[in-house]
Ligand binder design. Structure first.
Ligand SMILES: Nc1ncnc2c1ncn2[C@@H]1O[C@H](COP(=O)(O)OP(=O)(O)OP(=O)(O)O)[C@@H](O)[C@H]1O
Ligand SMILES: [Mg+2]
Length: 418
């Protein structure tokens, strides 16, 4: 039994007070005017797949305002997912909790089949490929968005990566707090920097897992995105994703870069084992202690990684431009479309199943060729949800085989056929 969402239930999620939805067998087009809840529905599904919203790192933003105002800030997303021979229940709950210290915060609980789980446990249960107009920021925006994209994508299929990332992030917070303590409180009192060591050990060990995971993903996406990009541009442009790890024990000689495409850097020489990387990373952290105490933050490691989108054209030889800096909006959009389609291929290969496609209003920004290419992918997957304000975006053929449901003020009108 292939992977698909059979049932979705929302409580106080964005502008939905309550939604109970049995999803159709065919591609689903959610249409309606602006600000009715189309994007929010896709966001809720993404939350179940990854454990976090694609649109905001602030969980409380998704709690329905009225629920918050009435003093009942409680949000729940629940889905029944058919996966292989099983039926799974995946659930995310947000609740306001008052800690013993008196501070109030939103607490997120993830459950699978009613048992509490960590984010890493969601890996492989429900895989989605989401494409929203804001994704152009993956190319054009700040590096944190690219790291988040890589992490969310990897976490969907790779629990070990997700685990490493969680441990890394926690150790990073702890080391940063310790750095500030050494700078502020312990200044003059001769605070001992060796208290940083246990955090550095974790950062080095897990940081290498994170960096290796990202390198492999970027390599895989780069090859696939390049092929798709060349196709979409009719051969006019090629695309290369360039991983720029913040910590790299084997920085290549500058010469390699200048020799062009085929010499592009693909990580430390094969001979360097994980153990050596870990100790090199740990040494780098120790070496920068004084500097980092002064700044009160950790400056070395994958939390400062970068990935750039490089493009070139056959006519220009090996000359490349950085699309984040110099690309036109249209070039950036095409690059992100290539990336998303590469992600779809990659995810299919990794999981041997088709992920659920969530396409938010993306057709509106594409020309006919690109639109056609994107829609052709929908026929190859088990389940797809698409949103649009304007149904004319879709060909008559496509509309005919789809379910057309209208979203209006947090209510979904089901049943209408194409
Ligand atoms: N926490 C919240 N509580 C209640 N409403 C919210 C909350 N967050 C966002 N909204 C509102 O929910 C509505 C639906 O948003 P959504 O992005 O889903 O609309 P949409 O149908 O995708 O619109 P568009 O076509 O403009 O993209 C918006 O009016 C938005 O302001
Ligand atoms: Mg929208």
């Amino acid at each position: 039994m292939p992977m698909r969402i059979r049932y979705l239930s929302l409580t106080n999620f964005r502008n939905y007070a309550r939604l109970e939805l049995t999803l159709p067998q065919r591609p689903l087009i959610l249409h309606g005017s602006n600000a009715q809840g189309k994007t929010s529905l896709l966001e809720a599904i993404y939350l179940l797949a990854t454990g976090s919203s694609p649109l905001t790192p602030l969980d409380r933003q998704i709690v329905k305002w009225e629920a918050e105002a009435e003093g009942l800030p409680y949000t729940r997303v629940w889905a029944e997912v058919a996966h292989r021979a099983r039926i799974l229940e995946i659930e995310a709950i947000l609740e306001k909790k008052t800690l013993s210290t008196g501070t109030v915060r939103m607490q997120k609980t993830i459950k699978v089949d009613r048992a509490r789980k960590r984010r890493a446990d969601l890996a492989g249960l429900l895989n989605v490929v989401l494409f929203v107009p804001q994704d152009v920021e993956i190319v054009a925006g700040p590096p944190a968005g690219r790291r988040r994209y890589l992490d969310d994508t990897l976490c969907q299929v790779n629990a070990a990566y997700c685990d490493a990332l969680e441990q890394y992030t926690e150790a990073l917070h702890q080391r940063n707090a310790a750095l500030r303590y050494l700078r502020d409180e312990a200044a003059g009192a001769g605070g001992d920097p060796s208290q940083l060591a246990p955090f550095e050990e974790i950062l080095a060990r897990e940081g290498v897992v994170v960096a290796n995971g990202r390198r492999e993903l970027i390599d895989a996406l780069s090859q696939r995105a390049d092929r798709i990009h060349q196709h979409l541009t009719g051969g006019a442009e090629w695309l290369r994703l360039d991983y720029q790890p913040n910590f790299d024990p084997a920085t290549p000689p500058a010469l390699d870069y200048q020799m062009g495409l085929n010499m592009s850097y693909h990580g430390p020489p094969k001979g360097i084992g994980a153990a050596e990387l870990v100790s090199a990373f740990q040494e780098a952290l120790v070496a920068r202690r004084q500097d980092e105490i002064a700044r009160g933050t950790t400056l070395t490691g994958p939390h400062r990684d970068e990935m750039r989108f490089m493009a070139g054209s056959p006519a220009q030889g090996t000359h490349e431009v950085d699309l984040g800096t110099y690309g036109s909006r249209g070039q950036q959009r095409t690059a992100v479309l290539s990336l998303k389609l590469a992600e779809l291929e990659w995810m299919k290969e990794q999981t041997r199943e088709s992920p659920v496609l969530l396409f938010d209003e993306v057709l509106a920004e594409l020309d006919a060729t690109r639109r056609h290419y994107l829609l052709s992918q929908v026929n190859d997957v088990e389940q797809a949800l698409l949103t649009a304000t304007d149904l004319d975006m879709f060909s008559a053929d496509f509309r005919e085989q789809a379910a057309l449901w209208e979203v209006k003020g947090g209510i979904v009108k089901t049943g209408e056929e194409g």
